[in-house]
Ligand binder design. Structure first.
Ligand code: 6GU
Length: 230
């Protein structure tokens, strides 16, 4: 098979859709209006929409949360509101539905790769102290981005969206190709250098200037370390 044919087969035909349910849609839209996520949307590789949860709020104030049964601080996202929002953006539950929560499964590069192959992803961000536990029934997976607590799911939604969107075929150009990339092969990237040749007594390793491709490749491999999968 020619490389031209391979390329044609690998190009994604269906535009991915990502719906993000949040109390702060501007936070999402603003952040995704830069760099690669912005370019991916303009190139029709993905459509990303942030929806304000308040539109599915229960009363004229658009209330989406309430205090917890049994007492305690903070406000809990209501199950009826979450369900109404999920049904509105994904009526037949064909999408992969993620809820962002510090107690979820930890997000990693292999999940980013899996998600980049989905047609439709819905991401539910919580705010305040948490979610009504019954929301679990209407989502596919609870996801966390690491062992620390954020004040809401929005930053996590942005992390996941960025990691996924850049893996959609055709989003990165040749210049940014994924072949040697950190995490792709469970090893870290090798150190890289550009001009100037010497800076503050630090010099570029001679091998990289040798023009000897086999030696360069050997050196780079020797510099890669097994990935810390945490
Ligand atoms: Cl997904 N949400 C919040 N609130 N905190 C987090 C997180 C998610 N992942 C790590 N910390």
């Amino acid at each position: 098979m020619s490389s031209y044919q391979e390329e044609v087969i690998s190009v994604k035909l269906v535009k991915m859709r990502i719906d993000i349910l949040t109390l702060f849609p501007e936070m999402i839209e603003n952040a995704l209006s830069f760099s690669i996520p912005s370019r991916a949307q303009k190139a029709d590789k993905v459509e990303i929409k942030a929806h304000n949860l308040r539109q599915w709020g229960i009363d004229s104030h658009g209330n989406v949360d309430d205090s917890p049964y049994g007492g305690g601080p903070g406000m809990i996202l209501r199950v009826d509101v979450a369900n109404k929002a999920l049904e509105a953006v994904d009526p037949d539950h064909k999408a992969f539905r993620i809820m962002l929560s510090p107690d979820g499964d930890q997000f990693n590069q292999s999940q980013a790769k899996e998600l980049s192959e989905k047609e439709h992803i819905v991401i539910l961000c919580g705010r305040y102290e948490g979610f009504d536990a019954r929301i679990d029934k209407y989502i596919d997976q609870k996801v966390s981005i690491g062992n620390y607590v954020l004040s809401g799911g929005e930053l996590a939604a942005l992390v996941i969206t960025d990691a996924v969107v850049r893996l959609i075929p055709g989003v990165l150009g040749n210049e940014e190709s994924l072949t040697h990339e950190t995490f792709e092969n469970d090893v870290t990237d090798f150190p890289q250098y550009t001009r100037p040749d010497t800076f503050d007594d630090q010099t570029v390793p001679e091998v990289l200037k040798s023009g000897h491709h086999a030696e360069i490749q050997k050196w780079r491999q020797s510099q890669q370390k097994p990935l810390n999968q945490g």
